[in-house]
Ligand binder design. Structure first.
Ligand code: PHE
Length: 505
């Protein structure tokens, strides 16, 4: 019994459970679609079995509208409903989390959890994962042929802030911890921003050679090469003194004056270690040997993946958990691309994990970037495509066979701009652009191809600051109509107004 009501009215409506609701709106909306918060929560848990969560009711309306095709409520309705008490318990992977002021997960980002693209049959990310794992199985095997490396590719992406940062000596004030860059559940839990987050727990469990493969989450701008979720392979290899110097028993991993209890030679966890040669505790010989082994293995890995003609170079880098550190760049289409970070593991990490008289290397690489180059995939959003036209192109039994992606079809772009004034208390420095990108992604979803900041402007008289963004919409599988793009665009500006109190120009 859909009823429709018109502009600017206060209405009493009844939820299907009989509860009375008072709503005010200025939008034509399907009457029977409005539900009370409990019924909405039930409906949500039906469509999201693995991630049931309780958002403020306004978000529920929004979510329902995106996933059950119910029209978005107007801004006024949002506001009114937002005044309802906020229930802030999130249930993820059967655990309940209390949200706090750090909470910044969005309904959209939760839809990516548990998709495990890296394990999906015929998926390009899964093909690359298998090639990398096979490389390490062959490269490092004992004389009987048993692989040395253990592989962990199903670890939950919900980690503690300690795992993701503290355990890796990432300083308290490090920019990678910013709320504007990570997805936090609360001050204690987050979605991992890198697979290195699992390094210490696996070392503690006694492992010395392992690979971790999984999805990682970082708030990011939106374009053909950036996406807030991507996949990484991380690795650790630890070598004991007796093995490293089995042919040279006179040599040692540690400098003579180094003692684990004596911290004069160790680097404070908050100090940036910039010595590109070695950590104070290590001997030059041990570092050089491990550096050689690591670089050699990684060079052979990329030659296996890209072919013998590949041009690559090593670039000095900095990571809080390795020293010295490097990035490997490869040359492709007249440009250098950084494809992995690596280095000699900080000795504090090993010794805190109970590993002594040993030295190790670690690296982390991004699967999307490798796959885009290897298979000529032009847009990172394609990895999330359910289109059989995409996946079928990777249905190849021989992992090493050259596959080149052929675009399914090209659909036109649709570009809309949005300009707004920041509230007077906010400046360009204190307003995070990632907040805008997040709203755009949440509401626009995957039809947003690109968001670019076109203009920043400060009014000479009022001193007010304004930003202009261009949002380019394009559907991967069909042509969008201007009408549907306009609706999404309007919903985005309404959400920006509601959340950040901006004024559209
Ligand atoms: N975790 C780093 C990143 O995500 C990569 C890395 C892993 C670098 C291990 C060094 C050692 O960029």
């Amino acid at each position: 019994m859909a009823q429709r009501i018109d502009a600017n009215e206060i209405k009493i409506i009844y939820c299907s459970c009989g509860k009375r609701l008072l709503v005010f709106w200025n939008y034509n909306i399907n009457f029977s679609a409005i539900k009370c918060s409990q019924c909405l929560a039930k409906e949500l848990s039906r469509s999201y079995q693995t991630c049931r969560f309780h958002f403020p009711i306004a978000d529920m309306i929004f979510k329902i509208s995106r996933f059950s095709g119910i029209k978005c409520a107007s801004q006024t309705l949002y506001r009114l409903l937002s005044t309802q008490p906020i229930q802030s318990v999130i249930e993820l992977h059967n655990n309940k989390y209390e949200s706090d002021d750090y909470f910044n997960l969005t309904p959209k980002i939760l839809t990516y959890l548990d998709q495990n693209l890296h394990l999906k049959k015929n998926h390009p990310l899964s093909l690359i994962r298998q090639r990398i794992v096979n490389f390490f199985y062959n490269e490092y095997a004992n004389p009987k042929g048993t692989p040395l490396f253990s592989v962990f590719d199903r670890m939950s992406p919900i980690v503690t802030v300690k795992q993701n940062f503290d355990s890796l000596l990432i300083p308290e004030n490090h920019p990678s911890r910013a709320k504007s860059d990570c997805y936090y559940i609360n001050r204690e839990y987050m979605l991992r921003a890198h697979c290195t987050a699992h390094q210490v727990e696996l070392l503690r469990s006694g492992l010395d050679n392992f690979l971790i493969v999984g999805d990682v989450y970082r708030r990011d701008e939106i374009d053909a090469t950036h996406f807030p979720v991507f996949h990484q392979v991380d690795a650790v290899r630890v070598i004991h003194n007796d093995k490293l110097f089995k042919n040279n028993p006179d040599l040692e991993i540690f400098e003579k004056n180094y003692s684990e209890n004596h911290n004069s030679t160790s680097i404070g966890s908050s100090e940036k270690c910039i010595d590109q040669v070695k950590q104070p505790c290590h001997t030059v010989e041990s570092v050089k040997l491990v550096e050689y082994e690591m670089k050699n293995a990684l060079e052979r890995l990329v030659i296996t993946l890209f072919g013998k003609k590949l041009k690559f170079r090593w670039v000095d880098a900095y990571f809080p958990f390795t020293q010295p550190s490097w990035e490997l760049e490869i040359y492709h289409n007249d440009k250098w691309f950084e494809i992995l970070g690596c280095g000699i593991m900080r000795n504090e990490i090993l010794s805190k994990a109970g590993i002594h008289n040993s030295i190790g290397y670690a690296f982390g690489l991004g699967l999307e970037r490798l796959a885009m180059i290897i298979y000529d995939i032009p847009d990172i959003r394609l990895f999330w495509s359910q289109d059989s036209g995409f996946l079928n192109q990777f249905n190849e039994k021989d992992l090493n066979k050259t596959i080149k992606y052929k675009p399914i079809s090209q659909f036109p772009q649709c570009s809309n701009d949005i300009s707004f004034w920041l509230p007077s208390e906010l400046s360009f420095e204190t307003f995070s652009l990632n907040d805008v990108y997040d709203v755009v992604r949440n509401i626009g979803g995957d039809i947003v191809e690109q968001v670019t900041l076109l203009d920043k402007f400060t009014h000479p008289k009022t001193g007010k600051n304004s930003l202009t963004f261009r949002i380019i919409y394009r559907h991967m599988e069909r042509t969008l109509t201007q009408k549907e793009v306009n609706e999404v665009h309007e919903a985005i500006s309404n959400e920006l107004i509601k959340k950040y109190n901006i004024k559209i120009r």
